[in-house]
Design a protein around this ligand. Structure first.
Ligand SMILES: Nc1ncnc2c1ncn2[C@@H]1O[C@H](COP(=O)(O)OP(=O)(O)O)[C@@H](O)[C@H]1O
Ligand SMILES: [Mg+2]
Length: 800
């Protein structure tokens, strides 16, 4: 991987072109994509183009293109191929996009594309030109695709200007070639070639060399300009001059030189160039005509302002250099330009009716440039909707743009506040998926705007998003405080679908804090409102009912109430047949506490259930879904008998830990994972380190008020201390038990009571108090049996 860096006109593209020509002469395929200034806000633009080139589908119709892709990656999963079709814009309009969350989509596309790169044996050259204009989504996808390039016989070339500092400049294994100005002798050689040998041009050559300062493009443009002005006569490589050099003023900058040349064009050519600049770096006669232009292209080609690229019946044209387009764009009247943008937006919309939603981003760009802000707002919102199931970052960018437009535009009428609220609600409501921090400004703005219009629904959605953001960032106390307010807000909307759909976020927080009375009450409310309909209120999760049944079951067994087994059975059955997220959430709410708590055994049935949820999450779920399934899987496995299973479990927990650190799963769970991973891997010798880490984890959980986990992790701490049994460990264990015993739960908490019995028993034994030990074990056994704690029954059995 090589980055070619330098200012405009210095020769990046030329170098890459020369290299590409060399490669082609040796039979090496070259695939190129250009980034452009006007598409830097259009998600997927560049990555789709590069892949279209690489898969050879650029000029194929849909069916042929799809066949070709299937030819290239013959053993791929059919669903993966549908995702690839969609990315390449060759999807069959009659085949619906599979229901796969953006995170999973990204995982699968990356795996597919990387497998295809690795499988390719023939060397290839990939070129991404002008990466300083790359759109954010392409940039991050490309970074993922490039991780395997060093293992392939391929060359990846990126060109960009020095101001670009994005992730593509920091690829591991990449080299950078910085292009500086030509040396004096190189400049002289270049200019002599342009001017020719005639002695009448010697002084002019010196002037050009001085002004161009080693920039070859600048030198070329000055010569063109002088020739067009008549200071030079003849043609390239054979000029003569009769002018006095002192009269031969040359513009001070490259841009000014180009500007002077454009100024001198005849009106038809100038208008053509202006319209073309609005379209982009590549354009066709046909599209110019659609914009109401009578194209004059021959003069422009002759002046080397544009080049013709496809010599078919319908030729295409490109600007000779991006700077020419930039100057042509800037130098026209704003009102003319706005009119062209407007016409272009209409042309894109009507040009390909099947791709209107896909083109919404581009249409929004042009409308914004046309000053049609109201319309642009609408298209950004549409583009957000199109992007949301594909890439949540892309959706975020559109919602942010829409919000900015709404904020800064002088729209009148009652709509205006609503327009400002709508994108903010989406941003706040989706905060947990887009890893964007909303707690600071954005939420407060939303709250304030909703106050103005009395919009309770948007405020409720935004608040639920904030609750979840707090949890994602490990701010459990804030999350818990806000949860009650959030529930009250949701109720105040009077909309049952909203109550069903949003409550789970607040419920999850209360599961962490162990406020099981709240969990029970709110879960019950959702279950009542759902009236047995698994998908009622499926705003965020496919089946709120499945999740509410799991959390009700959890609240029930931790408080020693009956009915939890039925809840769990129904939750799993519904989760399995609705969507990956409901299934994974149910599995997490059921098994992650129940197995470590000694309620359920990590038997093959449990493992099968979790494994199914995990498998589906990997294929189709977003990160929260995947993380939930991993949590259940990791915790279940480390409680198994088999050493291999336990090792596997630790690996899964380590993966989940990574996800927490990258904000892809609740940071709040980090301490839990640390305690369990350390507790299970504590071997002879590294006990000291283990105790210190577990102690820290438990302290963290107490500090953040995650009392449900405090109970369990105290168990791990106590057992690790007792098995080390160094000086002071027994009394530390006792203190830890007492702290746990003193947690002020809002109701009976049987899950704690039974663990207390066990811990007091092991403590008595460690102290050599056999009488107390026997008494405690007997009580422990009978309590386990009476509440049906299968795990505890087994553990009690194993106590001598
Ligand atoms: N080493 C060189 N010798 C001769 N001409 C060059 C050289 N490098 C660049 N040019 C010419 O300068 C112009 C601008 O170069 P280009 O590669 O498009 O610049 P960049 O991509 O860095 O903006 C082109 O017409 C190109 O042919
Ligand atoms: Mg270039």
């Amino acid at each position: 991987m090589v980055g070619v860096v330098g200012p405009p006109g210095i020769g990046k593209s030329r170098l890459v072109r020369e290299l590409a020509a060399m490669a082609r002469r040796r039979g090496v395929e070259v695939f190129t994509a250009f980034c452009e200034s006007y598409t830097s806000q259009v998600p997927f633009h560049v990555v789709a183009r590069l892949l279209r080139a690489a898969f050879g589908v650029e000029s194929l119709d849909g069916q042929t293109a799809r066949d070709q892709v299937r030819d290239r990656v013959s053993d791929a999963d059919p669903e993966d191929l549908l995702l690839l079709d969609d990315l390449l814009s060759i999807a069959d309009p009659n085949v619906p996009l599979p229901a796969i969350d953006p995170d999973a989509r990204r995982r699968r596309l990356t795996a597919l594309v990387n497998a295809a790169s690795l499988a390719r044996e023939a060397p290839a050259v990939y070129v991404v030109e002008d990466a300083h204009w790359i759109d954010e989504v392409s940039e991050s996808m490309l970074a993922d695709f490039l991780t395997v390039i060093p293992q392939t016989p391929s060359l990846m070339l990126l060109t960009y200007r020095p101001e670009y500092r994005g992730p593509l400049t920091q690829l591991t294994g990449a080299q950078t070639v910085a292009l500086g100005p030509l040396s004096d002798s190189e400049s002289a050689a270049l200019i002599t070639e342009l001017l020719g040998p005639d002695p009448s041009t010697t002084q002019i050559a010196a002037l050009v060399a001085e002004r161009a300062a080693g920039n070859p493009f600048f030198a070329e443009e000055i010569v063109h300009e002088l020739a067009e002005r008549g200071v030079l006569q003849g043609q390239t490589g054979a000029y003569v001059s009769t002018a006095d050099v002192s009269e031969a003023k040359v513009p001070a900058t490259l841009q000014a030189t180009i500007g002077a040349r454009i100024d001198r064009l005849n009106p038809g050519a100038k208008r053509t160039l202006s319209a073309a600049a609005v379209i982009g770096s590549r354009f066709s006669r046909e599209l110019l005509e659609t914009l109401g232009i009578d194209p004059v292209l021959k003069d422009l080609v002759a002046a080397q302002l544009i080049d013709q690229v496809r010599f078919a019946r319908q030729p295409d044209y490109v600007f000779h250099h991006p700077l020419i387009r930039a100057v042509a764009y800037e130098s026209q009247l704003r009102s003319d330009r706005a009119e062209l943008h407007l016409r272009l937006a209409a042309a894109i919309e009507s040009g390909d009716p099947a791709a209107v939603e896909e083109n919404a981003a581009l249409i929004a760009e042009h409308l914004e440039a046309a000053g049609e802000l109201h319309a642009a707002y609408g298209w950004h919102m549409r583009a957000g909707t199109w992007s949301a199931p594909r890439d949540i970052v892309a959706a975020r960018l559109h919602w942010e743009r829409a919000g900015q437009i709404a904020d800064t535009s002088p729209f009148d009428g009652p709509d205006h506040t609503a327009m400002r609220i709508a994108p903010r609600t989406l941003l706040c409501g989706n905060s947990w998926r887009i890893h964007a921090n909303i707690s600071a400004d954005r939420f407060n703005e939303l709250r304030q705007l909703c106050g103005v219009t009395g919009d309770k629904v948007s405020l409720a959605i935004g608040t639920a998003g904030l609750v979840n953001e707090h949890l994602m960032r490990g701010r459990v106390r804030e999350a818990s405080l806000l949860a009650a307010e959030c529930m009250a807000l949701i109720e105040s909307t009077g909309d049952p679908a909203l109550v069903i759909g949003l409550s789970f976020l607040a419920i999850l927080v209360k599961c962490e804090t162990g406020e099981m009375t709240e969990v029970l009450r709110w879960s019950q409310r959702v279950i009542d409102l759902a009236e047995g309909d698994p998908i009622r209120g499926n705003i965020i999760i496919g089946s709120p009912l499945a999740v509410a049944l799991s959390s009700r079951g959890l609240a029930r067994w931790t408080q020693g109430a009956a009915g939890w087994r039925d809840d769990f059975d129904r939750a799993l059955e519904i989760g399995r047949r609705t969507d990956p997220m409901s299934h994974a959430f149910a599995v997490n709410l059921i098994y992650s506490p129940a197995i470590p708590c000694g309620l359920l055994l990590p038997d093959d049935t449990a493992l099968r259930e979790i494994d199914e949820a995990l498998h589906i999450a990997e294929r189709s779920g977003d990160d929260m879904t995947l993380g939930s399934a991993r949590m259940a899987m990791g915790l279940a496995l480390i409680h198994r008998q088999s050493h291999t299973d336990r090792e596997h479990g630790l690996k899964v927990l380590a993966e989940l830990r990574e996800m927490c650190l990258y904000e892809r799963f609740n940071l709040a769970e980090l301490a839990v994972l640390d305690v369990y991973a350390t507790g299970k891997s504590a071997r002879r010798g590294d006990h000291d380190d283990a105790v210190a880490r577990i102690r820290r984890g438990v302290d963290d959980l107490f500090r953040s008020g995650q009392f449900a986990w405090c109970v369990l992790t105290t168990g791990v701490l106590v057992e690790t201390l007792l098995s080390r049994n160094a000086d002071g460990d027994l009394s530390e264990a006792e203190t830890a038990i007492k702290r746990m015993a003193a947690i002020p739960f809002d109701n009976e908490y049987v899950a704690r009571d039974i663990l207390l019995l066990r811990l007091y028993a092991v403590l008595a034994r460690a102290r050599g108090d056999d009488g107390a030990y026997r008494d405690l074990v007997t009580r422990y056994r009978s309590m386990a049996a009476s509440f049906g704690f299968e795990g505890h029954m087994k553990w009690a059995e194993a106590m001598p």
